[in-house]
Design a protein around this ligand. Structure first.
Ligand SMILES: O=c1ccn([C@@H]2O[C@H](COP(=O)(O)OP(=O)(O)O[C@H]3O[C@H](CO)[C@@H](O)[C@H](O)[C@H]3O)[C@@H](O)[C@H]2O)c(=O)[nH]1
Ligand SMILES: [Mn+2]
Length: 753
């Protein structure tokens, strides 16, 4: 029998998506045929023909990166039972939670996430939870203080009855849970804990309603003279597991880093780096789990599953981070706004997993602290990990240049990089050298150090997550997906199209920023250790915003052709079946992927439609944002997504899924494209009445494309006639009308020339 201790702790299985592969290849073949057909049709070289050729070349290139990414998907299985045989003592894990705004991110959501983390199925004396509050909010702090009191009842309750969902708002929203357990005392305890949770919520609600939430007395006095962007560091140990009880409540620490108006704070990446340093001084766990404030733990054993991968003999040498999928609760029916990201991560994410590894998605991710400190895999496998910190080969100056001036931090980082166990000091509070911790959380600490460049979360993009993961892959690390059943984490997705559009704009601009920077994946392959197909996959993802330009051009082509009585599709010749088959095949393939993932046909359609709308609006604005940033006209900002208070009783509101509009310019391109198509369709109808068939240069293809776009933009069409927030503002309609008629006029101009 094989030695139990040498058995792998996880296994990677390759999935065979044969059907999906066949369909994708067919689509690629058709794209090549279309391009070939265009090149060969010398007799009809026209302007729209040429524009179509350029756009389709881009689509073909994107499709090649898509196929390459999806081609060899993989899934991992973890073996929890083997973990305990291999590791007699579980390692420490530091838990990071970020929050930034008590209004957009209600503290009740944050504390639910924190409670679910504190209640992980893991020895409590091996956990420490650090909450970064970029909102510097006494309310958030108050909520955490109260939550820590409640945790003393909540955690034993969860562990005693093996509760699965350890975020109380979710657990108590399900009335049937009370009857699931037959133990007589369960019902009573359930009621008691529920009542306590109710009290906790009421306390927080009451505090939120006061203008001065906590009277700013005692512990809260530090908040009395703070402003959002101008305040000193606040670090508070809310709860300390002093006795080191493995079944107690883990440490809970609140951190609001120093902010000064003249210092850039680098948004979430900056917050993560402060958390890394403060925790380095306090607990210095070798593993870090980071979640956004809304991502509660849905599978209490998730830390154990992730450690199976990170502590596996092979994983230990190769895997930098373990990413768990993002899923959302209270999803809008049939994914009306196309932001649930279910089918896409399944195919694309699975594909990434089969290559060098999944991207880092910013939340639900387990990191190795040493990798965050910039370690490469070849340094990691050296038998004696000695970087010359202790024997003094690395000069004091180099260390300070890398990690900053804190002696304590350099010492703890040295421990981490040399693979030594960090001996936690007797007591957090006793060791709490506030000066040292405040020093590493100050806004000047990172100046002329490697933080944000080679160490920690990398700065320069609003998609700091993908950038940080890419840097790790470029160093040669791999990453793995961990998706045990039940789903590891659940979070909150935007509940309306405004949130969805802002989020996609931030993602697409942040990703394009990466592509255009010195961290570009192409350089990663040329000069680093990013594997070729992983590079293609990163190109696929970072080019999102660029896609908007050819898509908008392609969307106005049918209208252009109808208005100018020309054509861009091989309408009348034998080649017509190529684009027609391409359209049908592409849609069937996407539809089947949705259905096979267990999603409805309506969800497929909503995703298709939102795909068109998002690319031409949010991604286009993401593209413009980066253009302005490169021209040094304006910088990109991290707009926080609003997290709605959890709904009770489900949403049967008839307006769910409807688009809402405001004065934002983001609605202008969509409205204009819709109006242009409407003008084209009216023109086409008029031509149909007045021209004989042979005089019409365009055919069914162009009219179909125009009509298809109108159907995709149905939410905008409804918006033209909607009232209040459901209607597109008159000013936007006027601007769009002017643009649309200008376009029609220019078309006519080019046609008569
Ligand atoms: O200045 C800031 C801004 C944001 N955050 C936190 O960042 C997280 C993510 O922000 P959110 O508005 O929820 O953005 P999402 O689009 O939902 O987040 C996704 O995309 C981000 C990158 O754009 C990643 O950082 C996230 O982890 C990922 O879940 C939240 O916990 C915020 O509190 C900060 O700590 N400081
Ligand atoms: Mn979020």
């Amino acid at each position: 029998m094989a030695n139990q201790n040498t058995l792998p702790l996880y296994q990677k299985n390759w999935i065979k998506h044969r059907f999906s592969r066949a369909m994708d290849s067919l689509v690629l073949l058709l794209l090549f045929m279309l391009l070939g057909y265009r090149v060969c049709s010398h007799n009809i070289y026209t302007f729209p023909w040429f524009v179509a050729f350029l756009c389709e070349s881009w689509f073909t290139f994107t499709w090649i990166t898509t196929i390459s990414t999806k081609w060899t998907p993989a899934k991992t299985t973890t073996f929890l039972d083997r973990l305990f045989l291999r590791v007699p003592e579980l390692p420490q894990v530091d838990l990071f939670v970020t929050t930034a705004d008590p209004v957009l991110e209600p503290p009740i959501i944050t504390i639910n996430t924190v409670l679910s983390l504190l209640a992980l199925d893991y020895p409590a004396n091996k956990l420490a939870c650090y909450v970064s509050d970029d909102g510097c909010s006494p309310l958030t702090f108050y909520a955490l203080v109260e939550a820590a009191k409640f945790a003393k009842h909540w955690i034993p309750f969860c562990k005693k009855y093996n509760v699965q969902v350890r975020a109380p708002f979710r657990y108590f929203s399900d009335e049937v849970t009370a009857n699931k357990n037959d133990l007589p005392e369960f019902g009573q305890e359930w009621l008691k804990v529920k009542e306590e949770y109710g009290q906790l919520c009421r306390k927080i609600q009451n505090a939120a309603q006061k203008s001065n939430p906590c009277q700013l007395l005692g512990e809260f006095a530090v908040f009395s003279e703070t402003q959002l962007r101008n305040h000193p560091t606040i670090i508070k140990v809310i709860w300390e597991n002093k006795e080191g009880l493995s079944d107690g409540v883990p440490h809970l620490i609140y951190i609001s880093r120093e902010k000064r108006p003249e210092h850039p704070h680098h948004y979430k990446a900056g917050a993560m780096n402060v958390l890394t340093r403060v925790s380095g001084l306090m607990t210095n766990a070798p593993f870090i789990l980071n979640v956004d404030c809304d991502m509660y733990v849905n599978n209490p054993k998730i830390a154990l599953h992730a450690l199976c991968i990170l502590l596996d003999p092979k994983g230990e040498q190769e895997v930098a981070f373990v990413q768990c999928p993002q899923r959302f609760y209270d999803a809008v029916k049939d994914d009306a706004y196309g932001n649930q990201l279910v089918a896409l991560p399944m195919y694309i994410g699975g594909g990434f997993a089969g290559l060098q590894g999944i991207i880092y998605a910013g939340t639900n991710c387990f990191h190795r602290r040493e990798v965050i400190y910039g370690l490469s895999p070849d340094e990691g496998v050296q038998n004696s990990k000695d970087f010359g910190f202790t024997n003094g080969t690395l000069s004091e100056k180099e260390l300070v240049h890398k990690f900053g001036t804190s002696r304590g931090f350099i010492e703890s980082a040295t421990h981490t990089l040399e693979g030594k166990i960090f001996k936690t000091k007797d007591s957090l509070l006793k060791s709490l050298d506030l000066e040292a911790e405040s020093q590493v959380a100050s806004c000047e600490y990172e100046y002329s150090t490697a933080w944000g460049k080679q160490v920690g979360w990398i700065y320069g993009s609003t998609s700091e997550d993908v950038l940080t993961g890419l840097e790790m892959h470029t160093k040669g690390w791999r990453s793995e997906v961990c998706s045990p059943d039940p789903m590891a984490f659940m979070g909150c997705s935007p509940q309306d199209n405004l949130g969805q559009m802002a989020q996609h704009k931030r993602w697409s601009s942040g990703l394009l920023d990466i592509f255009l920077s010195k961290h570009c994946p192409i350089f990663g392959t040329l000069f680093g250790k990013l594997q070729f197909r992983e590079c293609l996959a990163y190109i696929w993802i970072t080019n999102w915003a660029l896609r908007s330009v050819p898509e908008i051009c392609y969307a106005v082509l049918p209208a252009y052709c109808i208005i100018t009585n020309s054509s861009f599709l091989p309408n009348k010749e034998a080649g017509m079946w190529i684009p027609a088959t391409l359209f049908v095949m592409y849609n069937i393939s996407a539809l089947l992927e949705h259905v096979m993932t267990g999603l409805s046909v309506q969800t497929w359609w909503n995703n298709q439609r939102m795909g068109r709308i998002t690319t031409m609006t949010s991604c286009f604005f993401g593209f413009l944002d980066i253009l302005l940033k490169r021209l040094r006209i304006s910088d990109t900002v991290f707009e926080i997504t609003k997290k709605d208070q959890p709904s009770s009783g489900g949403s049967n509101n008839k307006n769910v899924g409807r688009f809402i509009f405001n004065e934002s310019l983001i609605f202008l391109p969509g409205t204009t494209i819709l109006l242009v198509q409407l003008i084209a369709l009216v023109t086409s109808w008029w031509r149909w009445l007045t021209l004989v068939k042979n005089e019409r240069a365009y055919g069914v293809g162009e009219v179909f494309c125009s009509a298809y776009l109108v159907i995709c933009y149905l939410p905008f069409l409804k918006g033209l006639f909607g009232k209040g927030k459901y209607g597109i503002p008159l000013s936007t309609i006027c601007k769009a009308t002017v643009l649309a008629f200008l376009f029609a006029h220019l078309c006519n101009g080019t046609a008569t020339n």
